[in-house]
Every structure is written in C-alpha cells, then in structure tokens.
Design a protein around this ligand. Structure first.
Ligand code: GLY
Ligand code: MN
Ligand code: MN
Length: 437
C-alpha cells in the first residue's frame, strides 16, 4: 500500500489553514476525478484530483473528502472504495476503509457506498457548501437537490495556499526536475542524424518509468518545422540531418510536475542560423530567470524576455522598428514580435503542470507579486514555421523553432533553477549530442 506523499502534519496543517477560513455552518465536499474511458472498456491512466491530493494525499478513484463542523471543531471524513475481492481481482488492490483510517490524515473514513445517505444528512444542516462540481454525478445531484444551501467555491482559498510551496513540496518538484533533466540528457546523448521523434520520446519516457515516475503531460518531440508547432505531440516523423529537435517533456513524482524544454541539433552542431536564434532565446531566458525576484510583479518575467527578444529580432534584421514598436504600444505585447513569440513566458508549477495562480501575459493586469516559495517556469521561444500563410518568414531562419524552459523557485535570495541539472549552453549541448556513440 502506497501511503500519502507527504507527512501527516503537513496535510493536517493544510486542512486547518483551509477550514479555518470557512464559516462553521458550512460543509466541504471535495470529490476526486472520475475514471475516464478511452475506448470501450479501456480507461485512461488514472490521475486523482489535485485538490484531493493537496488536502489528504488520497490517490485512488471513487473518493470524496468531506469536512463538517461538530462540537467546536472541524471533522474530516474520507469516503473511499471498500475492499472487494472480486473487484480487486480485476482492477487491482484497494486501500479500503480500514486502510485509509490507518494511513491517511483524516478523522473518519467511510465506504463510498454510504455517500448519499451521509452527505444528505449534513447538507440538511449546513448553510453553505464548498464544493467542486462536475466531478462526481452522484454528488452533483445531491447538492443540486438541496436548494436551501448556498454554493461556494473552495478553490479560491485553496489556490492561495497551493501557490506557495512548502519545503517538502519543493523537494518533490526537485526530484521530478532531476528525473526530467536526466531524461533530456539521455535523449541528447542518444541523438544522431536520422533519429525519429518517437525514438527520442521513447528514451525520455524510459527514464521516467525507470525512475518510477510518469509523464506530467504528453511529451512534445518536434523535429525541424514541427518545432514551430507549440503543442505538437504526434511525434511521428523522422528528423532530417541538419535539423533541430525541440523536446518539451516533464514528469510527475507523487503528483508534483516538472516541465523542461530543450532544443538541440540532431547532427550535434548548430548551424550559424540556428545558433543565432538559439543564443537569442537563451539570452532572453536568462533575463526571464533573473526577473524571478520576490517582490516583483508576475509580468516582470514576460517584460524581461520580450525586451531581449524584440531587441534581438531587430538586430538580426527580422524586424525593422523600435523595441517599443516591436513589443506593442504601452508594452501591450501585441506588436510584430508576437509573430515569432506567440505564447507567455511561463506559468506556475506544482501539482498541476499549469498550476494554480500566476497571471496571463498580455493582460493589462500585472499579475500577482512573486513570493518566496512560488515555483514558476521560464520558457521563451522563437518560431519561424515556413508553412505559415499568415506572415512572411525570413528565408534565413525558415523552419527554425527554439524554446528553452526551466523550472524556477522564487526565494528571498533570488531565483533558484530547479532544472539546472539539464544543460542548455551551446557548448554543453554540442558536447552531449550523439555522445552515446
Ligand atoms: N509543457 C507545457 C508547457 O510548457 O507549458
Ligand atoms: Mn511550461
Ligand atoms: Mn513545457
């Protein structure tokens, strides 16, 4: 039986910090994610709901965490699938009601079969219900039938907590980052001209599996022009000698994600044009990392990468305007540089790869203030897809796509790059690619 990922005291302090913000007359219902079907009776790999993982570390399906106030304190109840030999014979072992009581940080455990009866009683007695809808139809039905109670959103309070990572969470993200770094290094070493995208994917994911993790999102392995498709994931092309390959792949350890992108030449040597774009993206990425300072607004990172990229695009003769014009009036981020850098600079990272919190680059809103304990990605890129019919692509750079992405912890003493084990300078990459022989 695999227990919760973190210490009991960490979960209990999260629960009391969350519940302490709610009126005592309320009821909390956090269902986990449903099992989803891929085809006929074949299911997608199961992943528990991140709020469930955050509050009590329970990772089996068909579960609901409930909290109610009783005799001047909050009481937590975890509804889980009961032991059932016939079901376990087909689907695998379950922790069960007694196992959950022994190993998980909740006051009471109960069979999920008793959910309706039990919850109906508490719903009758509460004034508001803090509820995650659309995950558990049985609960949706129960809650919707209870007209007297006010529905409230638990995610506002929980997201404020989740956005600041504890030391134990940072340690998990570090482990995940180390495995993903190792995977990228293995893929660089195994790369030689003629390699296919799926072959690089298999090297990456073999490391994830060997280290008892799994991918946090579908691995992107884009060779040549495919590197210019932001969410490319078919990974079904052979890569021509002389092309770059862009690999965006991260894994998950006990629910915590890493998210790394590296771009390298399959031949082991950057061409002049590839080098010009790579050096520019790397310079922008370093500026973005430098901007991850406690006390700065979220948008600082995007400002920093945008200024470097816009300046570089002008110096390379790709844009013919001022930096301000390239970025857009009033730093709107909608100027012509956006033709080549069309996504944000980063996002929060944690239990979700695109974790809670953070801001949206391009909004007028400057986003939240960066604080120690936040983990963010910094991932500028430049993309010159010659297949595009919406803009003119400069011949010299046609077909090049480069993104460089690291995971960064904000601290009082400045940014700490959790993925620093993954090489990214041109010299390091040229030394590694193909070195497996
Ligand atoms: N891998 C998804 C992203 O970089 O945001
Ligand atoms: Mn990312
Ligand atoms: Mn990524």
């Amino acid at each position: 039986m695999v227990g919760p990922a973190l210490s009991e005291s960490e979960y209990l302090s999260r629960q009391s910090a969350f519940l302490g913000q709610l009126p005592e007359s309320s009821l909390v219902l956090i269902p986990t994610n449903p099992v989803t079907y891929r085809s006929n009776d074949t299911v997608y790999p199961y992943r528990a709901n991140s709020y469930m993982l955050y509050l009590c570390g329970w990772s089996e399906p068909e579960a609901v965490l409930m909290a109610h106030h009783e005799a001047s304190e909050w009481v937590t109840t975890l509804f889980v699938q009961p032991r059932d030999t016939k079901a376990e014979l087909w689907e695998g072992r379950r922790v069960g009601v007694e196992g959950a009581a022994l190993g998980w940080p909740v006051d009471r455990t109960c069979s999920i079969g008793k959910l309706s009866d039990c919850v109906s009683e508490f719903l009758d007695d509460c004034e508001s219900v803090y509820y995650l809808p659309d995950l558990n139809p049985e609960l949706d039905e129960l809650v919707s039938r209870t007209q007297a109670v006010e529905l409230a959103d638990p995610t506002t309070a929980l997201d404020d907590m989740r956005v600041i990572k504890s030391d134990a969470e940072v340690a998990m993200i570090q482990q995940s980052s180390d495995i993903a770094s190792e995977a990228h290094i293995a893929a660089m070493r195994a790369t030689s001209p003629g390699i296919a995208e799926w072959e690089i994917q298999s090297v990456i994911e073999a490391v994830f599996t060997a280290r008892r993790s799994c991918w946090a999102y579908q691995s992107i392995v884009g060779g040549g022009e495919n590197a210019t498709i932001l969410h490319y994931k078919s990974n079904n092309n052979r890569i021509a000698d002389g092309d770059l390959v862009l690999v965006d792949a991260g894994c998950e350890v006990s629910g915590y994600a890493s998210d790394i992108t590296r771009t390298w030449p399959v031949s082991g040597k950057f061409s002049d044009q590839q080098r010009e774009i790579y050096e520019l993206v790397l310079k922008a990425q370093m500026a973005g990392i430098d901007a991850c300072q406690a006390g700065s607004v979220w948008l600082s990172m995007h400002r920093a990468t945008s200024v470097v990229l816009a300046q570089g695009l002008i110096e390379l003769g790709i844009l013919d305007c001022t930096v301000e014009e390239a970025i857009g009036d009033d730093m709107e981020f909608n100027g012509p540089y956006r033709n080549f850098f069309m996504h944000g600079t980063g996002h929060m990272l944690g239990l979700d790869v695109h974790d809670v919190g953070g801001g949206r680059q391009g909004d007028k809103d400057e986003g939240p203030i960066l604080q120690p304990g936040m983990v963010v990605t910094v991932e500028p890129g430049l993309y010159f897809g010659s297949w595009r019919d919406d803009i003119e692509i400069p011949d010299r750079y046609a077909g090049i796509g480069v993104r460089i992405e690291d995971d960064v912890l904000v601290t009082a003493d400045g940014p700490v790059v959790l993925t620093s084990g993954c090489p990214k300078t041109i010299e390091e990459i040229e030394a590694l690619v193909g070195s497996e022989g």
